[in-house]
Design a protein around this ligand. Sequence first.
Ligand SMILES: *Cc1c(COP(=O)(O)O)cnc(C)c1O
Length: 325
Amino acid sequence: MTSRGVAIDLPSYADVERAAARLEGVAHRTPVLTSHTADARTGAGLFFKCENLQRAGAFKFRGAYNAVRALVPEQRKRGVVTFSSGNHAQALALACRLQQTTATIVMPKDAPATKVQATMGYGGEIVFYDRYTEDREAIACDLATRRGLAIIPPFDHHDVIAGQGTAAKELLEEAGPLDVLVTPLGGGGLLSGSVLSARALAPHCEVWGVEPEAGDDARQSLQKGEIVTIPPPRSIADGAIVTHIGERPFAVLRRENVQTAVASDAELFAALRFFAERMKIVVEPTGCLGLAAVLNGSIPVQGKRVGIVLSGGNVDTASLAKFLA
Ligand SMILES: *Cc1c(COP(=O)(O)O)cnc(C)c1O
């Protein structure tokens, strides 16, 4: 049941397996890295799932590709629309190009040029709106009706969640049974998909989601037992600043007793620098949430085998230089 009392169809691990079959040979099976320094610092065995090296630079490609692939052929041919301007937009544009259809992306007029260019580079069609006077979801709905497009939102969607769960599935297959699994938490698509894989492949594994400290709406929602909406939070973790978690993710996280933690911007910068200096990898601030929460001590990991999903690597070089300075 949703907060409005309507029954919704929640994805299961069978849906994650179906998504994995669709993604075979299309998505990268990203590497799992380890670090003696990180292990020494935390007293744990850490396994980093590198979705910063995924196609289009983030795990979002998994859910987007799966959702487009799951459409009936006539619908797939007509195309899809979304209202997210972040990594989901680029992922959806690429997923559509690979499946010979079109992605229409509703983006604010003042979106960063790099994001606009990246989305157009993957063949996405952009419809601009004024974020101070217009409602992006209404615009997407209107385009969907007029052009016969399917709406594929960034996290509150059955096939998007199932696709996101394939990263944790691969991690558990490669690292073996884990005691703890940690992922970033924004709208909850990644975390809810991940917990489906964890329950199937490592039933005793604790599952944690990490939010930016400034926007702990999911923690509040799980505590209260209903979805809480907060004002737009300010954090460097731009991939996880949502005002509320999705209904489907919320239902899954609640049912599966998922725990949450938070990390501050300063802790995210420290983790980002650790990845660059020690592990020689570029992880965007949002992708650093998991390690930041393990290093700040809010997730107990001593003596445990811990999987951490590095969710993305999309950060422009000017910002990266500033973060590293
Ligand atoms: C979208 C995104 C997240 C958050 O994922 P949700 O499914 O919204 O919880 C985390 N990290 C990166 C890099 C993202 O792009």
